[in-house]
Design a protein. Structure first.
Length: 330
């Protein structure tokens, strides 16, 4: 089977999985609906007002939120792994999530009732982490090793800050727990407007950079000799990755491992085709979060399990397998 045929099959299957996942996520939820109630609510038929409300106020925003977050986390992971040449790189590992978490907990400590500002605090915290990482990296010539080390160090610093705030204000910690495990409960269309624009803009940027990023596997020196502005591409890629992850964290909370699992899966399926990887990763990431959120809503309904629990159950074994595999190749 040639590469074009294989890639066509892969993308067709990924598209079918995404559509099926989206339909199932719309069709099923914590409130059971018959087929008649589901279609009547979706079409807004007379006498189906309650089901129309369930569909458009609850399920549709959650599905769109899962799709956007899946796109954001997976493309962020793909970009970070490529520009750092580190298969373990992801928004969680590089401190972006920890920065968001610290900002949210700090807001809850200072303003205990400011729940409406939590998404803004999360976005600001993630961007703060990014600015600090970029500041350190630029001072060292945008070295990929420095990027990873700076991210790990900042993550530890933010985690220490979270621990300190938890000790001085246990009540704020209780409110922070929901954000820290991640989920899509209560997401509205208004919550998604700005993040959607930012995530899609970052998706376009990543596609424009795909050809240059494909040469990063040759190393900085050789890629530069082939005309790739290595430092500039690395900077733009980091900004796009961080901005998309920050946008997603602002309405999902801290959902981990999506940016770790999905890029490796996409890379294995398209055999190192960078443009294909950057197209396939968002599709697989969206499907993964749709399925995880569906299980979160229905497995123990009406009790809802945080989405981050399901992604962690998949991600932790995957992460350990990557560590073991990498150690064997060293």
């Amino acid at each position: 089977m040639n590469a074009k045929t294989r890639n066509f099959i892969v993308f067709f299957a990924a598209g079918a999985l995404l559509l099926a996942s989206a339909f199932l996520a719309l069709r099923f939820g914590s409130v059971p609906l018959s087929s008649d109630e589901f279609w009547g609510g979706m079409l807004g038929k007379e006498g189906y007002h309650t089901y129309t409300l369930i569909f458009y106020s609850s399920r549709l925003p959650r599905v769109l939120g899962a799709v956007l977050a899946g796109i954001a986390f997976s493309q962020a992971g793909t970009l970070l792994q490529r520009v750092t040449d580190n298969p373990l790189a992801s928004p969680s590992i590089l401190g972006i999530n920890a920065g968001a978490g610290f900002a949210v907990l700090l807001l809850l400590v200072c303003f205990p009732l400011a729940y409406a500002a939590l998404p803004l605090a999360a976005f600001a915290g993630a961007l703060l982490a990014t600015v600090l990482i970029l500041g350190v990296a630029r001072s060292a010539g945008m070295s990929r090793t420095v990027i990873v080390l700076a991210g790990v160090a900042l993550s530890a610093l933010f985690q220490a800050g979270i621990s300190f705030l938890s000790v001085i204000d246990p009540d704020a910690l209780a409110s922070y727990v929901d954000f820290s495990v991640g989920g899509l409960h209560g997401v509205t269309m208004d919550d998604l407007l700005f993040p959607a624009l930012l995530i899609l803009a970052c998706l376009v940027v990543s596609q424009l950079l795909s050809r240059k990023l494909a040469l990063f596997c040759l190393g900085d020196t050789l890629a530069g000799s082939l005309g790739v502005p290595v430092k500039r591409v690395r900077l733009f890629s980091l900004v796009a990755a961080a901005a998309s992850a920050a946008a997603a964290v602002s309405f999902t909370g801290l959902i981990g491992f999506v940016g770790l699992i999905v890029p490796h899966t996409a890379r294995a399926l398209v055999k190192g085709n960078m443009r294909g990887e950057l197209c396939l990763s968002p599709m697989l990431g969206a499907s993964l979060l749709l399925i995880a959120d569906l299980f979160a809503r229905t497995l123990f309904a009406p009790t809802e399990i945080p989405v981050g629990v399901f992604t962690a159950l998949l991600g932790v074994p995957f992460f350990l397998a990557l560590v073991v595999r990498r150690k064997r190749h060293v």
